[in-house]
Ligand binder design. Structure first.
Ligand code: MAN
Length: 535
């Protein structure tokens, strides 16, 4: 029985070897076993025994593609599925050759466009469409090549502009630094002049200070007197029984003090004006009650219009402590706690530094001519110093802007420089996205005007061999219960600058696709192993 099996196996072996030999002759002009690439053909010599690529075994050449796996590395079965780790090479004449796992040989699925992987499976009906696929792939490749060619030209222009811009900025910086030196000198001179004239002004004003002080005191006393007179009048008015005291019942007779507008003045309401007491005499009235009562009496006299119904409660608590001018209700609520707990928009502080303001001359005193002259001169010197200081600050800001520019990495050849200062929008069904290269990325819902910062310019993050293909914008607005938003920008070659797609692959992590001629350069090629050798 065993010898019968052995015989049969031998017979099969011979038959398969024969078939392999036929395929060796017929599959290509260069004789090679089925599934072997042209570049490896020399490793399969029909006139010699075959040594597995890993050197582990040498077998007769007839064992190649006999559907029995001899070599551990699968190199003896390039054209069958016998070895689990074998590789089948499709010639795909007319298109790109292809290496597939040998397990896909004769598995009923057409993997090679020339159908060569399904040679014993007629039912699969693989047709050779390599020519068509090859043609459209070549057309596609041609289009890409044309785009690249045109893009490269545009890129060359961008490089030129970028280089020029950097040069200009450097020149501007040199010029500004020179101007800054001069402006600082002027500022120092003006400061000195200001100091000198202010000393004279101060000395001249010294004699007026006493007069001013007296004037101020006089005014204060006048005010206090006026206030007392008013308080006295109202005290007499409110003290309806004339006993020299104002009590709860006296206040209850006046609708003015009905703070909750419920039609009656409660004891509580009255006591509020009486320092929480039953009654007050004039001194206490003047010291404490009057400041609370005064606004209400003004309302009664028609000098002040009471606030609307909804604001009354607030008025009630404020009225006693504040002067009439401050009664106006404050409708601004405290910062409402944003559901999303986003950080508040930070506004860049472009404000100019505050400069010393000239003190307003007190109009109450009439200065003598010389003093007035000194005041005018001092005011002028202060203004001149202020202007000189402004100029220095202005130059410093410009210097800072240029330094920031010069520190930015606009690509190895400055090709991305012209993108700085520009912004590009992309609209999807829910949001409008805006990318301002080297600055920021933002998102704005179509339905509102509030912008969400998706990140500020950070750095280039492409792979080592294509570093300038990816940008990172980070430190954006915090995600609710999550990290700060961040954005990756994937660059590709295109005839114009345009955001072509935006997605949010992970919550609060955004991906922009941005095409630009600045990215039109030869990219590092993929592995070309066996790809073009048989077209
Ligand atoms: C907003 C947008 C979205 C984001 C959510 C996270 O709705 O910024 O892109 O996913 O907030 O809460």
């Amino acid at each position: 029985m065993a010898s019968f099996l052995q015989k049969n196996m031998n017979f099969c072996h011979i038959l398969l070897s024969y078939l392999a030999l036929i395929s060796l002759i017929s599959s290509s002009e260069v004789p090679r076993p089925r599934g072997v690439s042209l570049s490896r053909a020399s490793l399969y010599n029909p006139g010699e025994d075959f040594t597995c690529f890993d050197g582990s075994l040498t077998i007769p050449f007839t064992h190649i593609n006999d559907d029995y796996c001899d070599c551990l590395d699968g190199s003896d079965e390039p054209g069958t599925a016998a070895c689990p780790n074998g590789v089948f090479h499709c010639t795909n004449a007319g298109h790109k050759s292809l290496n597939i796992a040998s397990s896909r040989v004769n598995d009923g699925v057409c993997d090679c466009c020339d159908g060569s992987d399904e040679y014993s499976n007629e039912k699969t009906g693989c047709v050779n469409n390599c020519n068509e696929l090859g043609r459209s792939a070549r057309e596609e490749a041609q289009k890409k090549a044309d785009l690249l060619k045109a893009g490269k030209q545009l890129r060359a222009d961008l490089i030129q502009k970028g280089v020029q811009l950097r040069q200009e900025k450097k020149e501007q910086l040199t010029e500004l630094e020179k101007n800054r030196g001069e402006a600082e000198k002027i500022k120092e001179e003006k400061e000195l002049l200001k100091k000198q004239i202010e000393e004279l002004e101060n000395a001249a004003l010294a004699k007026y200070r006493e007069i001013e002080e007296e004037e101020r005191k006089r005014k204060e006393e006048e005010e206090a007197e006026k206030n007392k007179k008013e308080a006295t009048e109202k005290f007499i008015l409110l003290d309806s029984n004339g006993d020299g005291k104002i009590d709860i019942s006296e206040l209850q007779t006046r609708k003015t003090f009905d703070q909750d507008r419920n039609g009656e003045v409660s004891e509580e309401e009255a006591k509020y004006f009486l320092n929480s007491k039953e009654e007050v005499e004039f001194d206490e009235f003047l010291a404490d009650s009057w400041t609370k009562i005064k606004p209400y009496m003004l309302i009664e006299d028609g000098f002040y219009k009471p606030p609307e119904e909804t604001d009354r409660e607030e008025t009630q608590t404020q009225a006693g402590n504040e002067d009439i001018d401050d009664i106006e209700t404050n409708n601004e609520t405290e910062d409402s706690d944003d559901l999303d707990h986003e950080e508040p928009e930070e506004e860049e502080d472009e404000e100019e530094e505050p400069i010393e303001k000239a003190p307003e001359p007190t109009p109450t005193v009439q200065y003598d001519e010389d003093t007035q002259k000194l005041i005018d001169q001092a005011n002028h010197a202060r203004k001149e110093f202020g202007d000189a200081e402004k100029e220095v600050n202005h130059i410093e800001r410009q210097v800072k802007d240029i330094q920031d520019y010069l520190e930015k990495d606009f690509g190895p050849e400055e090709e991305f420089a012209t993108l700085d200062g520009q912004c590009f929008e992309y609209t999807d069904y829910e949001y409008i996205y805006k990318l301002c290269p080297f600055d920021s990325a933002v998102q704005k819902p179509k339905s509102s005007s509030s912008e969400t910062r998706l990140g500020v310019w950070s750095k280039w993050t492409g792979p080592e061999d294509d570093h300038y293909s990816m940008m990172l914008y980070d430190r954006g607005q915090s995600c609710w219960n999550g990290p700060q938003r961040s954005t990756q920008v994937r660059l590709s070659c295109g005839g114009e600058n345009k955001v072509t797609a935006v997605s949010e692959p992970n919550r609060c992590e955004y991906l922009f696709d941005f095409m630009t001629p600045a990215a039109c350069k030869d990219v590092p090629s993929e592995s070309h192993d066996d790809i073009h050798d048989e077209l």
